[in-house]
Design a protein around this ligand. Structure first.
Ligand SMILES: *Cc1c(COP(=O)(O)O)cnc(C)c1O
Length: 437
């Protein structure tokens, strides 16, 4: 299937011996939706996806997700359901649980949360009463909405005391967190991030939590795949509870899960997921999680996780060579933030200009940003999706040059056209690893 984008530049179909997904029934029943899905396939195929929370789920995962399992109501847990006919879906959920525990070396996991935010909602409900004090990383310093933003349930239901990064190093200052914890005496110390480009000292965070009798919860939504692949320290041995998504670096379909170390927390977590905050589990999504964990248990996944970090380092090095300032001066994980203030630019126009040259990235606040959230002073980039497409250090360096060239001359249409040709060439050489008929 040769495809053509509006400008007339041909896009090669996926190659490299991948699977071909088809839509026989959907084409007959609803060609309008089928065509929109094809359009999105083409968009993903001809752009460099640098949003660090995105990735490419495998055809096997997509197939498991698109099944008749969505017909089944299975409120409850394997062996303890509120509905009949659950003998098969019990096996599916048990398989997902067994694989997740093996993958992360955990004692207990609940695989039912519909997404990362739902995992966190249930986790809060298991740990805190409304009004309890919670310490989480400030949103502008890389925290997530569910870590206490005033527009989120977390900020509305709990008394939030955020911790910031150090103004100079832009790193977490553990001594400052310790001091703040002693003053606040929180019920929960929430660790983890959506936009922090470094490693975290989980053992130190646990010491801080223990010193004030707080529960330590780590939200590894962003870096779960790096932990699974052995490329990033695991928070599991250090935390009372760990929450995550499955769709980010872990490369599954959309979903969430919650791990815990003890039987006591396990019971509270199970009851706060169901019936506390959700009804029936998405059994099709649980099947897709099981497939995702099987893939992540393979040796190739370790190689992928290692390459994600290597590629982020290569991109960061090139951006710095091009004179760009990165938050904390670099990265130790899969993501990085460009501080646009020295260029006197803002995130929104840069994100929009990048869209026109086939690079997808997102505007993002940087620590102590004085610009408003809808047009902040930073850009967030990451390597997971392009790593899944097979790109390596050389391609990351080329992408870094494309971004450098774009920022040097952002409004020049000739410059943009030239960059668009280079990004299309990369996309064509590293296609989405499956075709869509
Ligand atoms: C992405 C993210 C979530 C939420 O995940 P959704 O699946 O989008 O609800 C929660 N916590 C952190 C740290 C995240 O980065």
């Amino acid at each position: 299937m040769a495809t053509t984008q509006p400008s007339g530049v041909p896009v090669k179909p996926a190659s490299r011996g991948g699977e071909t997904l088809t839509f026989k029934a959907l084409d007959k029943e609803d060609p309008e939706v089928a065509e929109l899905i094809r359009q999105e396939y083409r968009r993903q195929g001809r752009t460099l996806e640098l949003i660090p929370s995105e990735n490419l789920a495998s055809p096997a995962i997509l197939e498991a997700l698109g099944t008749l399992l969505t017909n089944k109501y299975a409120e409850g847990y394997p062996g303890k359901r509120f509905y009949g006919g659950c003998e098969v879906v019990d096996e599916i959920e048990r398989l997902a649980i067994e694989r997740a525990k093996r993958l992360f070396g955990a004692e207990f996991v609940n695989v039912q949360p519909h997404a990362g935010s739902q995992a966190n909602l249930a986790m809060y409900m298991a740990v805190c009463k409304p009004g309890d004090k919670v310490m989480g990383l400030d949103l502008g310093c890389g925290g997530h909405l569910t870590h206490g933003s005033p527009v989120n349930f977390s900020g509305k239901l709990y008394e939030i005391h955020s911790y910031a990064v150090d103004r100079t190093t832009e790193l977490i200052d553990y001594d400052a967190v310790q001091k703040e914890a002693e003053q606040v005496r929180p019920r929960m110390l929430l660790v983890g991030y959506s936009a922090y480009p470094r490693v975290i000292d989980f053992a130190r965070m646990r010491q801080i939590a223990d010193s004030v009798d707080a529960v330590m919860v780590t939200d590894m939504a962003h870096f779960a795949g790096l932990v699974a692949g052995g490329a990033y320290a695991s928070p599991i041995p250090h935390s009372h509870i760990v929450t995550t998504t499955t769709q980010k670096t872990l490369r599954g379909a959309w979903g969430g899960m919650i791990f815990s170390a003890t039987e006591e927390w396990a019971k509270k977590i199970d009851s706060s997921v169901f019936p506390g905050t959700q009804g029936g589990p998405l059994v099709h999504a649980i099947a897709a999680k099981a497939v995702c964990f099987k893939e992540a248990l393979k040796p190739e996944f370790k190689e992928y996780a290692r390459r994600v970090i290597e590629n982020a380092a290569a991109l960061a090095a090139k951006l710095q060579d091009r004179g760009l300032k990165l938050v904390s001066n670099g990265t130790h994980n899969h993501l990085m933030l460009i501080d646009l203030r020295p260029l006197r630019m803002r995130g929104r126009p840069v994100q929009d200009a990048a869209d026109t040259v086939g690079i997808t990235m997102n505007k993002n606040a940087i620590p102590f940003d004085e610009a408003p959230p809808f047009n902040p002073s930073g850009i967030r980039l990451g390597s997971p999706s392009v790593s899944t497409r097979g790109m390596g250090a050389e391609e990351m360096s080329e992408i870094g040059d494309c971004i450098g060239d774009l920022l040097e001359n952002i409004d020049d249409p000739v410059n943009r056209d030239r960059i668009r040709e280079r990004t299309l060439d990369l996309c064509n050489r590293f296609p989405i690893p499956y075709a869509l008929d």
